[in-house]
Design a protein around this ligand. Sequence first.
Ligand SMILES: Cc1cc2nc3c(=O)[nH]c(=O)nc-3n(C[C@H](O)[C@H](O)[C@H](O)COP(=O)(O)OP(=O)(O)OC[C@H]3O[C@@H](n4cnc5c(N)ncnc54)[C@H](O)[C@@H]3O)c2cc1C
Length: 377
Amino acid sequence: MEQCEVLIVGGGPAGATCARVLAHWGISVLLMDRDEFPRDKPCAGWITPSVLETLRIDPAQYRKGRELQEIREFHTGVMFGRQNRYDFGTPVSYAIRRREFDHYLLLHSKSRNILGEEVRSLERTPDGWLVNDRIRARLVVGAGGHHCPVARILGAQPAREQPIAAVVAEFELDPGEQAAFPLPPGHTSLSFLDDVRGYGWLVRKGAHLNVGLGVLGGTQVRGRLDAYLEHLRRTGALPGTGPLPFKGHAYLPFRGVAGRRIVGDRALVIGDAAGLAYPESGEGILPAVESAILAAQTILCASADYRPRWLEPYAAAVAERFGGAGSAAGRMALPAPVQRLGTRLLLGTPWLTRHLVLDRWFLHREQRPLVPRALPE
Ligand SMILES: Cc1cc2nc3c(=O)[nH]c(=O)nc-3n(C[C@H](O)[C@H](O)[C@H](O)COP(=O)(O)OP(=O)(O)OC[C@H]3O[C@@H](n4cnc5c(N)ncnc54)[C@H](O)[C@@H]3O)c2cc1C
């Protein structure tokens, strides 16, 4: 029978970050993922500089053999309408490839990993958990994304939730297409639905193009995607006419107390398993990383007593860090004509787009990066 102190379900950004902190502080941690790495993950791969800063990733070092595309400007507007250009003059975001990024984080976690095995069963024992009938753990951390089995044990019911539904395709431009393509590396355009419940994006990362669409509440994604692709092709922003390798996935925006329970008896959940994405932008990588660090700090402070009272500080830390949820939910309750008017005003007024949509909703420029006391250099 294998044993560990903490078993982490899932090796995405949340799981790998939590494992990295715990392993560094000498906790016996075992991370399990159903996939072998490197693995693909449907994602635009857009990250804010806070992600690199919080994880203490040196851009120059990361870039060796991996894509780290600087983004200095955004092109935004209402879908099918005019786009305005917002130039920040300095890198305000990056585009990574999830296949590379997640593998990098996992390698740097220096944890013991079991890859290619799904966590199928989690049974309570007097002092913890029996996992897949063969591993004993005193605490389980759920980092398995939207459908994480630990989140289900804590009461999550994905079929009853209102997630962000998103579809994405990432593909390589051949040398001829690269030379002929009118949009330079780093080009990022955001085309908002007229009720601001979602947006389509197009990001060029070096030789790769990433195109997709996400909708809060998850309605009519395919139909909206088809119309968006047709528009991109008509305006020359998307080469070719053939089918693209689209993949879809769902995940939850942060809803505070109305959201998922994130702490239980000898169990907690982080990242998408906890439902922490920013509602306006759909950004989930930074919340995954930050929640992982907050969880690891709580675990270290719990001194091997994983009853709920010692894990509750994690829930309090998440509420403090991601508080103020509900704006998107509130907006969804507004009548459609009001939403449309608001969207056109927002995106038709450059000052509002720059300072509210980009600076606040997408770049969180007013928010200080989390200072990870427990993260190794
Ligand atoms: C189309 C799309 C585009 C997106 N674009 C962006 C973006 O540009 N920027 C951004 O910040 N966020 C984006 N997001 C959100 C972002 O991808 C997630 O928030 C982020 O991946 C959350 O990380 P995580 O570690 O919590 O979960 P994940 O990255 O989903 O990792 C979960 C891991 O758990 C494993 N797993 C699941 N179940 C089990 C099990 N039973 N046993 C073992 N292993 C299991 C999976 O194999 C997976 O490796 C996007 C999401 C979608 C769907």
